[in-house]
Design a protein around this ligand. Structure first.
Ligand SMILES: [Fe+2]
Ligand SMILES: [Fe+2]
Ligand SMILES: [Fe+2]
Ligand SMILES: [Fe+2]
Length: 270
């Protein structure tokens, strides 16, 4: 049994990385090869996001720093492969949580891990059910024109930006002292950015493209807004079907810009 705080933080960070990995893989599968189970798989990914949050709060409570480094995503060519890998991910997670439950001394942490395992077991059941009932169509069939590539590359910039914003708001929400104020807190903002990420990612997947996640671009609310306004201008010239979605997100971004609480923290950077 580990009573050492640092060792408990190390184990919880392993669990965080596992949840992060599951989230990115499940979303990618839901948007691409496993789109016929998209809404159900997205719900599972939401559970993993909540697990990640609880784990991160626990790490901070143990005076550690949550590890939000980006796991590599391996794209899957078929629904069968995606479901197989998701089933394995759940089995691995369950085994790892059980190992950590047997190892970690702090009862509150053990109880939390036990609570998470209850969800993972149900996820495993759901994925096995999808595997039983699958009737897959090839994904992305007939989509290969230049205009699709152009649209996809514009949407990819938005996906990267939203992903960066999600990580930034999450990091702030985990690290800084919680303050009650009127309007959204960092966690609510992170959830909004996750929704944006999902909406744009789905648009990309509809074009037969696989969204990529990455930390490489530096972004704040102002540059995010500028990028959306640019893409909106471009969409207005021939991709009008995207306008309602872009307008909805732009409204959210406007609210976020008004809602920033100046406190010395830069989004995504402690
Ligand atoms: Fe999970
Ligand atoms: Fe799970
Ligand atoms: Fe956003
Ligand atoms: Fe934003």
């Amino acid at each position: 049994m580990f009573y050492d705080r640092q060792e408990q933080v190390r184990l919880l960070n392993q669990d965080i990385v596992g949840e992060h990995d599951a989230i990115l893989h499940y979303l990618t599968h839901a948007w691409t090869v496993a789109y016929q189970f998209g809404p159900q798989i997205e719900q599972i990914a939401k559970d993993e996001m909540r697990h990640l949050k609880w784990l991160a709060h626990s790490v901070v409570a143990l005076q550690g720093v949550p590890d939000l480094s980006t796991p590599a995503v391996n794209p899957r060519a078929s629904l069968e492969e995606a479901l197989e890998s998701d089933i394995n991910a759940e089995k691995t997670a369950i085994a790892q949580y059980r190992e950590h439950i047997a190892t970690i001394a702090d009862r509150r942490v053990r109880d939390l891990l036990q609570r998470i395992v209850v969800d993972e077991e149900d996820h495993l059941r759901l994925f096995l059910g999808f595997q039983d009932s699958q009737h897959g169509k090839p994904w992305g069939e007939g989509n290969s024109s230049e205009s699709i590539k152009d649209t996809a590359s514009k949407l990819q910039v938005l996906v990267s930006m939203e992903y960066q914003q999600v990580i930034g708001y999450l990091f702030s929400s985990f690290i800084r002292v919680h303050r009650r104020s009127v309007g959204m807190d960092d966690e609510d903002q992170a959830i909004d950015e996750m929704k944006h990420l999902g909406w744009i990612g789905q648009q990309m997947a509809k074009l037969g493209q696989s969204p990529l996640f990455g930390h490489s671009i530096s972004v704040d609310e102002e540059s995010e807004m500028m990028q959306y306004l640019n893409v909106r201008k471009w969409a207005n010239e021939g991709q009008q079907q995207l306008l309602p979605l872009l307008d909805r997100i732009i409204q959210h971004e406007r609210y976020q810009m008004q809602n920033i609480v100046p406190d010395g923290w830069t989004v995504g950077k402690p």
